[in-house]
Design a protein around this ligand. Structure first.
Ligand SMILES: [Zn+2]
Length: 172
């Protein structure tokens, strides 16, 4: 089985993903393993199941420091099943985002600087977590994939879009 990233225009990216109903099984383990492999291989800081054409409510977030977010915390990849936003700060901050499903394009997106999240682990245990700054941004970006949105739906205007090449030149 060759895994491919679903890219912009693929209808699966505009669908609402289905809730996971069966926990602690081989299928969920296999799906999250595939997501982890793909995220690592493509050097991403997060991934959502619909990006692998699996329309289920599963995301992985894996913050680490990078050129755009040098102060980002280094975290072990966190698998979140059926995640929910319990609360989010009204205060937002704009930051550049990229997406494995939107190759070559970056967007300057306003996101809440803090978010309280509920989710299940792959065993079906529920958890709550508060995320701030870059991890909050990653989560909100990945969560959007579960409700059929990409960062392109979140920019205030097309003036907040740039190619990777142009952005690299601008930030250099
Ligand atoms: Zn994305």
């Amino acid at each position: 089985m060759t895994l491919e990233i679903a890219e912009l225009g693929n209808p699966i990216l505009s669908q609402h993903a289905a809730k996971v109903r069966v926990f602690a099984g081989a299928e969920l383990a296999a799906t999250t393993q595939q997501m982890m492999l793909m995220m690592t291989e493509l050097n991403g800081v997060g991934i959502a199941a619909p990006q692998l054409s699996i329309s289920q409510q599963i995301v992985i977030i894996a913050s680490r420091p990078n050129q755009r977010y040098p102060d980002a915390p280094l975290m072990e990849p966190l698998v979140m099943v059926n995640p929910e936003i319990l609360d989010q700060s009204s205060e937002t901050k704009k930051g550049w985002e990229g997406c494995l499903s939107v190759p070559g394009i970056r967007g300057y997106v306003a996101r809440s600087i803090g978010v309280e999240v509920g989710y299940m682990d792959i065993e079906g245990h529920s958890h709550q977590l508060v995320l701030d700054e870059f991890p909050a941004r990653i989560f909100l970006h990945e969560y959007d994939h579960l409700i059929g949105l990409t960062f392109l739906d979140r920019v205030d205007s097309t003036a907040d879009l740039a190619s990777e090449k142009e952005l690299a030149a601008r930030l250099a």
